[in-house]
Ligand binder design. Structure first.
Ligand code: CTP
Ligand code: CA
Length: 228
């Protein structure tokens, strides 16, 4: 592995990667978000940089240091994440979506803090669907013409392989990576399953740093393989 890394398997590639959760504000003091530490995405950004890629990291609200040599754009909401991705994607040759994007946001944002009125009533709240950032990028001409290699992630609570395989097809990405086991959030280790058109392959339990390097190598191999 180390030898491959000194060989800089992503030299000349430009990686755009999303990481962390998004935060969808309800009012100035509240919002909804997802469980995501950002650690896997940051580890991939670091590993890709070490493998020679130019890396731009679009990060939701997380408290993690920026990996050395990586350009970071901080965002809060899914729409801000989408705007940041769209502003950078034309320059990218690889797009990896590790972010746990909130699927819905509150339909209304209240400029003022919503107060209890003393009656015990709870506020009615409705939601609208957020844009699917990965699906949008994967359906772009840049991706469809083979100039941009797209990788998605999936965290499923059950039937990982079935859901993740279906998700790969639905999103239109060549590679979909599943987190094995539900309780990866915040941890420093994980296990992954890589799903592509040829089937699936497990990367067994290891630190997120080790898995990130393995994943970078897997992606590099797929970039050089002839398009199938
Ligand atoms: N994703 C995205 N934008 C969204 C939702 C998801 O870019 N609005 C990306 C994630 O970063 C991940 C992949 O799509 O790479 C799969 O996300 P996931 O939440 O597992 O899939 P969904 O399509 O949202 O389906 P569901 O949550 O219902 O399983
Ligand atoms: Ca989702």
């Amino acid at each position: 592995l180390a030898a491959h890394f000194t060989a800089k398997c992503l030299r000349g590639q430009r990686l755009l990667i999303t990481a962390g959760p998004t935060f969808e504000a309800i009012d100035p003091v509240r919002g909804i978000t997802n469980l995501s530490s950002g650690k896997m995405g940051f580890a991939i950004a670091r590993a890709a940089r070490e493998a020679g890629a130019e890396v731009t990291l679009v990060a939701g609200p997380v408290h993690l240091p920026t990996p050395r040599g990586v350009t970071r754009l901080n965002v809060q909401s899914a729409r801000q994440m989408q705007d940041a991705v769209q502003s950078q994607v034309s320059n990218a040759s690889i797009f990896i979506a590790t972010a746990a994007v909130a699927d819905w946001r509150p339909a209304e944002f209240s400029d003022q803090k919503i107060k209890k009125d003393g009656s015990g009533d709870v506020p009615a709240m409705s939601f609208v669907e957020n844009p699917d950032i990965l699906a949008g990028v994967a359906q772009s001409a840049q991706a469809k013409s083979g100039k941009l290699y797209c990788v998605g992630f999936a965290a499923e609570s059950h039937d990982l392989l079935r859901h993740a395989s279906a998700k790969r097809v639905r999103k239109g990405v060549p590679l979909l990576v599943g987190n094995i086991g539900p309780a990866t959030f915040g941890k420093d280790d994980n296990a992954l399953v890589l799903i592509d058109e040829d089937g699936s392959k497990e990367l067994p339990h290891a630190s997120k740093d080790v898995l990130a390097r393995q994943l970078v190598e897997e992606i590099a191999q797929r970039l050089t393989a002839p398009l199938g």
